[in-house]
Design a protein around this ligand. Structure first.
Ligand code: ING
Length: 300
């Protein structure tokens, strides 16, 4: 059986004044628990080293100095890589990347059980705005602080299967998962920071959780994928974000979901053959998919 332990490590709040080292210590604690439960891969959230800083108006230079990583691993994250190697567990980590030539991305990496970076992804669907909205209760300045990712949606061989990765808002766009399932992904992992409140209109808060889970379940089913999604959640300096970390099967069913809005590890023994019947029948791309009729998706 192609079966292995998958863990999703949800982070509770990281406050403005929390150090990277304190965040990494929490990640290491959950990595130990994940390995103890037999996980071979643990999924951490988007921007897992700092507070969700795009909620604050500041200059790009200030954001870069306070919240970006010029190296990965760097001094604060090297202990996490060392622990992963000693435990023999791979991981997904989201962080703010500053490249050597000064570009800034909302980035995630897949790291194998020897602590080698296997694959890098730079967030493509950047939500929010780049202008200052002083009347809003908080900002959402991903379009100001990050460039659109230039790595495309990748899939990498890991753990005897094919693993794809994306970040947060990407999960709301069907193209994200289709492009990865067209590359034979069997599992997609992602982190997210999802504010509970909408700054653009008065949206009932329950819809945040509904649309989050709907996006995971629909895309898992329609692409015969396992999906592991890790929240950073709870109230960061008073700004609330939803939890709902989940492991979703290719059937579209939720097999594990977090109960809290704190640091919490959820776990499932995932059978990578579970999607085969869907991929070979209902969603047999070769037999049933008709790309000659899908042109509008690329033309507009
Ligand atoms: N956060 C949110 C997300 O896509 C959002 C932003 C929420 C956009 C709800 C639209 C609707 O989950 C990030 N970081 O993308």
């Amino acid at each position: 059986k192609e079966r292995f332990g998958l863990a999703v490590a949800q982070l509770g709040p990281i406050h403005l004044n929390d150090s990277r080292e304190s965040a990494v210590a929490r990640l290491m604690e959950m990595m130990r628990e994940a390995a103890g439960r037999g996980a071979k891969l643990v999924v951490f959230p988007e921007l897992a080293l700092t507070t969700f800083f795009p909620r604050y108006w500041m200059s790009e230079e200030e954001a870069e100095a306070r919240f970006f990583e010029p190296a990965m691993p760097g001094p604060a994250t090297q202990p996490l890589f060392d622990l992963a190697k000693s435990l023999g567990i791979g991981f997904y980590l989201g962080y703010a990347e500053r490249t050597t030539d000064g570009q800034r991305f909302n980035t995630s990496i897949l790291v194998d059980d020897q602590a080698n970076i296997v694959g890098r992804y730079r967030k493509i669907h950047l939500p929010g705005h780049s202008d200052h909205k002083p009347e809003a209760p908080f900002q959402h300045l991903e379009k100001k602080f990050f460039e659109v990712g230039n790595d495309g949606f990748g899939v990498w061989p890991m753990l005897g299967t094919n693993v794809g990765q994306c970040i947060c808002n990407d999960r709301r766009w069907p193209e994200t998962f289709r492009v990865m399932s067209l590359q034979d992904a069997r599992l997609v992992v992602l982190g997210y920071n999802t504010p509970s409140w909408n700054i653009h209109w008065t949206e009932p808060p329950h819809l945040r959780m509904f649309h989050h889970l709907l996006s995971l379940q629909a895309n898992a089913y329609q692409n015969a994928l396992w999906i592991g999604a890790a929240a950073k959640c709870g109230s960061e300096d008073g700004f609330h974000m939803i939890g709902g970390s989940a492991i979703v099967a290719p059937t579209g069913e939720i097999v594990a979901q977090s109960q809290s809005e704190d640091d919490e590890v959820i776990f499932a023994a995932v059978d990578m053959t579970l999607g085969d019947n869907f991929r070979n029948n209902v969603f047999n791309f070769a037999k049933h998919r008709r790309p000659e009729h899908y042109g509008l998706i690329l033309e507009r």
